[in-house]
Design a protein around this ligand. Structure first.
Ligand SMILES: Cc1cc2nc3c(=O)[nH]c(=O)nc-3n(C[C@H](O)[C@H](O)[C@H](O)COP(=O)(O)O)c2cc1C
Length: 234
């Protein structure tokens, strides 16, 4: 089984995204799979030109010669594709979106009806595996993830991938403070680890584990106060 993780945090392994991704990957590896991780901001992936030559004169192939040439076959061959992105203005980061847009060569230009919807057929050889979202956000409420989750679910339908679920962590940036104060951040990291093992061994996440990843560790007022004392009225 091939697992491909794309982390689009500009903070790579040191950010909040990397912080929840690491135990999740450990969990998957403990269940016996090899996991490859790539960092979107280290790749040269230019924005889609919208020429659609990949549907026409060079079917399945983008005319731009950049790192997407190597990345596209890896995405096509992934049994599990993990998109890890912090919430940026209610969506994914720009480098992640560039990669998603550049996945267009994996589908044909023509239309078909799938699940009672007009869609592009998937090219032969492109796996229809699972897709997982891993995302932290800065605010405290879970509905801050709604636009991103809706977008990722729509991508799954268009790319014929199974949406396997999401590890969502609100106010992840506050973890280091909570850890210093002895609050149970480890329980969230453990849940990420369990989620990784569950995905590989059971093919799905349990609702309890996903709830624990997003667990409310402190009252909202405390998080707000922390930000106020850091930024003041700057
Ligand atoms: C440009 C920018 C836009 C952001 N937009 C949102 C947002 O819309 N909602 C939110 O809850 N957090 C937002 N955040 C906060 C990040 O999602 C949050 O700090 C996250 O933990 C950062 O992950 P990282 O450490 O991996 O970079 C934004 C941060 C940046 C830098």
């Amino acid at each position: 089984m091939k697992v491909l993780v794309i982390n689009s945090s500009p903070h790579f392994d040191k950010g909040t995204t990397g912080g929840i991704l690491a135990p999740f990957m450990e969990g998957m590896e403990s269940a016996g799979v090899e996991v490859e991780i790539l960092y979107a901001s280290r790749l040269d992936v230019k924005p889609c030109l919208g020429c659609l030559k990949c549907w026409d004169t060079s079917p399945g192939k983008c005319i731009q010669d950049d790192d997407m040439q190597d990345l596209l076959p890896k995405i096509a061959d992934a049994d599990v594709l993990v998109l890890a992105t912090p919430v940026y203005v209610d969506g994914m980061t720009a480098p992640m979106k560039a990669i998603i847009d550049r996945m267009v060569p994996l589908i044909h230009g023509t239309f078909e009806i799938r699940d009672d919807h007009c869609r592009h057929p998937i090219r032969e050889g492109v796996k229809r595996g699972k897709l997982v979202l891993v995302s932290p956000c800065g605010f405290t409420e879970m509905d801050n993830f709604d636009p991103l989750v809706a977008h990722v679910k729509a991508i799954c339908k268009n790319m014929s991938r199974e949406y396997a679920g999401a590890l969502l962590r609100p106010y992840g940036w506050y973890f280091p403070v909570l850890a210093r104060r002895g609050l149970p951040v480890e329980r969230v990291l453990d849940a990420c680890r369990k989620a990784g093992a569950q995905l590989i061994l059971d093919g799905r996440f349990s609702e309890d584990v996903l709830r624990e990843v997003s667990a409310d560790l402190v009252p909202r007022d405390e998080v707000v106060e922390q930000m106020r004392s850091h930024y003041g009225d700057r």
